[in-house]
Design a binder for this molecule. Structure first.
Ligand code: SF4
Length: 453
C-alpha cells in the first residue's frame, strides 16, 4: 500500500536550531560571494558577563558609608614596579587604545579633552600619535603594535607610558585592519601606506617570537625613556593565566587584559564571535597569575572588554583589577548607534545614512566602511564634521563622571572608603557559569563551581 507524506501543521514550520535563519543567511552569503564577513564593534552573542554578578552591600555584618558626607577615594596609581614616573590618575577608568584612522582626528581630540578633564588617560592605537591627541591629553599612553605604523622614538619620549600590544580581545591572534575607504591622505602619510588601499597589519611583532624577546624589547623601551615611563603589556584574553605570568617575567609594569567582548574597528566576524574568552573569566585568571607570582600591588592590572557601567567598573575592581579601559562604551557616549547627530547648533536625523550602509541606529557595526552616520569612525571630510571635539568631549566627560559616581556609590554601600578596597568577598554570582568563571560563590550558597582551577 502506498503512503503519502504527512506534514504536521506547526511542526513543519518549526525553525531549525542548528540551521536557523541567521545561519542560512550566512551560508547563502558565503556561497554567493566566496568571502568572509568583516565588521566592527565586539561580540554580539550572549556571554557570561559582569551583569551575572551582584554585590553584597553592607547590612548588619558590614557598615556602609554615608554617600554625601564620607569620602571615597578613587585615586589610581599604575606602573609602580620599575618606572620612575608612574601614572597617577584621579579615577580608575581609562580610555582604551583606538587608532587615528579608525577614528577621526576630531574624535581623538575629544577623547583627550574629556580624559584630561576627568584626570584620566587616553591611549593611541595603530598608526601612531596625532599632534591633536598629544596636545589635548594630559596623560597619553602610546601603543607599540605589531605593525609599527607611525611608531617612532620621538613619540615614545613624548608619551607618558608605553603599551606593548600583543593582542586584542576582539581578535587574539589576528592583526589590525583598515579598509581602503579609511586610508585618507593623512592616514596614509602617517602609516607610510598608499592611499585608498586596504591595510592589514601584522598579527605578531616582527622582532620577537617569545617572552625572552619581549623582555629585550621592554628593556630597549626603558632605555629610550630613561626608565621613566611605565611599560604596559596588553594581551587578548585566551590563555590568560600563562600569558600574564609571561608578561610579568618579561618585565611589564602593568598588564592590560582585553576580554572577548572588546571591540574593534574592523576584523572578521569569525574572530569576533569565536576566538577568546569572556572578560569575566579572564580577570580571574589574570588575578590568579599575579597572586601566584606574589605580584598583587606590584604589577597593576587593567581590564577591558565590555565595561559599560559604573557597576561593571566596580565589579572588575572587586575581582582584582586596578583600573579598567573602555572603548565601545566611549563611542556610544559620543553618539555611536544614535538616531541623530548634532551639528551647527541643531539635531539632524542620521536615518538615511544608516540605511545607505545597510544598518539602522541600535544595530550598526559598520565602522569598517568609513561611512559612520554619526561621524565617529570615519575619515570622510563631510561626515567627520558631525562630531565636533567640543560636543564629543562634553558627552564623554558626562559619561565618565557618571561611571565614577556609580562606582563610588557602590563602594560606599559596601563600606569602602577607597574604591580599591572593593574585594572578591563583596561579590556573588547569579549563574553557575558566572560562578565557575569568576571563581565566586553562587548567590545564597558557599558553592564555587570548578574550585581547584
Ligand atoms: S554608528 Fe559609527 S561608530 Fe557606531 S557602529 Fe556605526 S559606524 Fe561604528
Amino acid at each position: 500500500m502506498e503512503t503519502k507524506p504527512v506534514h504536521f501543521k506547526n511542526v513543519s514550520r518549526e525553525e531549525s536550531f542548528g540551521y536557523d535563519r541567521k545561519t542560512l543567511d550566512y551560508i547563502r552569503n558565503a556561497a554567493a560571494h566566496g568571502l568572509y564577513e568583516i565588521r566592527g564593534m565586539g561580540a554580539k552573542r550572549k556571554l557570561p558577563n559582569f551583569d551575572d554578578l551582584v554585590f553584597l552591600g553592607a547590612s548588619m555584618s558590614r557598615y556602609p558609608l554615608e554617600g554625601y558626607r564620607e569620602k571615597c577615594v578613587t585615586k589610581t596609581l599604575l606602573g609602580t614596579r620599575f618606572a620612575k614616573k608612574p601614572i597617577e590618575l584621579d579615577i580608575p577608568i581609562t580610555i582604551a587604545g583606538m587608532s587615528f584612522g579608525s577614528l577621526s582626528a576630531n574624535v581623538k581630540e575629544a577623547l583627550g579633552r574629556a580624559a584630561t578633564e576627568m584626570g584620566t588617560s587616553t591611549t593611541t592605537g595603530d598608526g601612531g600619535m596625532t599632534p591633536e591627541e598629544r596636545q589635548s591629553s594630559k596623560t597619553l599612553i602610546y601603543q607599540c603594535l605589531p605593525s609599527r605604523y607611525g611608531f617612532n622614538p620621538d613619540d615614545v619620549r613624548r608619551a607618558d607610558a608605553i603599551e606593548v600590544v600583543i593582542g586584542q580581545g576582539a581578535k587574539p591572534g589576528g592583526g589590525g585592519m583598515l579598509l581602503g575607504q579609511k586610508v585618507s591622505p593623512r592616514v596614509a602619510r602617517m602609516r607610510t601606506l598608499p592611499e585608498g588601499i586596504d591595510q592589514r597589519s601584522a598579527c605578531r611583532h616582527p622582532d620577537w617570537t617569545g617572552p625572552d624577546d619581549l623582555a629585550i624589547k621592554i628593556q630597549e623601551l626603558r632605555e629610550i625613556t630613561d626608565w621613566e615611563k611605565p611599560i604596559y603589556v596588553k594581551v587578548g584574553a585566551t590563555r590568560t593565566f600563562h600569558d600574564v605570568k609571561l608578561a610579568v617575567h618579561s618585565g611589564a609594569d602593568v598588564i592590560v587584559v582585553d576580554g572577548m567582548q572588546g571591540g574593534t574597528a574592523a576584523t572578521q566576524t569569525c574572530f569576533i564571535e569565536h576566538i577568546g574568552i569572556p572578560t569575566l573569566a579572564a580577570v580571574r585568571q589574570a588575578v590568579n597569575a599575579l597572586e601566584d607570582l606574589d605580584m598583587i600591588g606590584k604589577v597593576q592590572l587593567v581590564v577591558s572588554g565590555g565595561i559599560r557601567t559604573g557597576a561593571d567598573v566596580a565589579k572588575a575592581l572587586a575581582m582584582g583589577a586596578d583600573a579598567v579601559a573602555i572603548g565601545q562604551g566611549v563611542l556610544v557616549a559620543l553618539g555611536c548607534n544614535g538616531e541623530t547627530y548634532y551639528q551647527n547648533g541643531a539635531l539632524h536625523s542620521a536615518e538615511a545614512d544608516y540605511t545607505a550602509i545597510g544598518a539602522a541606529a541600535g544595530f550598526c557595526h559598520h565602522c569598517h566602511t568609513g561611512k559612520c552616520p554619526v561621524g565617529i569612525t570615519t575619515q570622510d571630510a563631510i561626515l567627520e564634521q558631525r562630531l565636533s571635539p567640543d560636543v564629543g568631549a562634553k558627552h564623554l566627560r558626562n559619561y565618565l563622571k557618571t561611571l565614577n559616581m556609580e562606582l563610588t556609590t557602590i563602594a560606599r554601600a559596601c563600606g569602602k572608603q577607597n574604591v580599591h578596597h572593593l574585594e572578591r568577598e563583596d561579590l556573588v554570582a547569579l549563574t553557575i557559569e558566572a560562578a565557575a568563571m569568576a571563581g565566586l560563590p553562587l548567590a545564597g550558597t558557599n558553592w564555587i563551581p570548578g574550585q581547584g582551577f
